[in-house]
Design a protein around this ligand. Structure first.
Ligand SMILES: [Ca+2]
Ligand SMILES: [Ca+2]
Ligand SMILES: [Ca+2]
Length: 309
């Protein structure tokens, strides 16, 4: 049991209730102190960060939305002759606050450990009171869940041909290829979303201009920590064949955090300037839709960038 449980005696409400009871209450035998009301303890169960870790209890917890959250009132107690006990307690949870537009419900508001699933990002507040067998009601205890939007949209493009340069492009919702709205080697850290805020900017995290092989594929990677809403497009361009006539076979993996939400390819790009409009990424739905259209750098509006190479 966490130490915080025993360090939260809620003295003032308990004293006030004791004083109020001493007047005309004849339930208690002379010489016996009247019962204090029980103590409610509302917590959020925070899952372990790793498989080996253990869950912890918190008053406030920041958790991703979309997965089930366990509330825990089982540390609530009342004082009995032998110490603290949960026996005879009943639990009453209520929802104090949800983000606008949320439609959540508790699995059962009258059990010690109900669950709910945050359906949109924002703050959820729950109040717990417990009632003992003498119908004494505890002061309320509040648990808060900050449901966080998923983070770290990661687009990874790889290919295995040496002495070639292939590029990944992540194009902002509504944006154009090879512009400020395209994150690629020529624009690796643009300011998208809220101007001045970096958390919604894409970053070209890995770049490669000389290819690789099967054992060590060439990899390019774009990461956006908290993407702005909208439909992103991923384009892959065969930028430079370094004077060789090699065909390249790029493929894509789209992930959110550690969870892969989509794959595409490999496809064949035969000549430099060939481009693959690969996928559309819908955010915040986290849906990857294939476009799979073969085109060219020039047809997409790109400039003549490597003539004569
Ligand atoms: Ca490249
Ligand atoms: Ca920004
Ligand atoms: Ca390389």
């Amino acid at each position: 049991m966490p130490d915080i449980v025993r360090n939260a005696p809620l003295l003032l409400p308990a004293l006030a209730a004791s004083v109020a009871l001493q007047g005309g209450c004849s339930r208690y035998t002379l010489g016996t102190a009247p019962s204090d009301p029980p103590t409610a303890q509302a917590y959020v169960v925070v899952p372990p960060a790793t498989d080996e870790g253990e869950s912890t209890l918190a008053r406030y917890a920041r958790l991703p939305y979309g997965s089930e959250v366990q509330l825990d009132g089982s540390q609530s107690f009342h004082d009995v002759a032998t110490g603290q006990s949960t026996e005879g307690l009943t639990y009453e949870w209520s929802i104090l606050l949800t983000p606008e537009g949320s439609g959540i419900a508790l699995s059962d508001p009258l059990v010690a450990m109900p669950t709910f699933t945050p359906d949109i990002a924002g703050t959820y507040e729950f109040e717990l009171v417990v009632v003992d067998e003498d119908d004494l009601v505890s002061p309320p205890s509040i648990a808060t869940v900050i449901a966080a939007a998923p983070e770290n949209l990661t687009i990874t493009m790889s290919w295995t041909t040496g002495a070639t340069d292939v590029d990944v492009h992540l194009i902002r919702p509504g944006g154009a290829y090879w512009s400020e709205d395209d994150c690629y080697f020529g624009n690796p850290e643009p300011d998208w979303g809220v101007v001045g805020s970096v958390v919604d900017n894409p970053v070209l995290n890995r770049d490669d201009d000389d290819g690789g092989d099967v054992a060590n594929p060439a990899v390019e990677e774009v990461v956006v920590q908290r993407p702005e809403d909208g439909d992103y497009e991923v384009v892959v361009t065969y930028h430079n064949d370094r004077g060789n006539d090699f065909t390249v076979q790029p493929s894509l993996t789209i992930a959110v955090g550690n969870i892969i939400i989509g794959n595409a390819g490999p496809v064949e790009l035969a000549a430099e300037g060939d481009a693959w409009r690969a996928v559309r990424i819908r955010w915040p739905e986290m849906q990857v839709e294939p476009i799979d259209e073969m085109t060219t750098h020039t047809a997409l509006g790109g400039p003549d960038y490597n003539e004569g190479s």
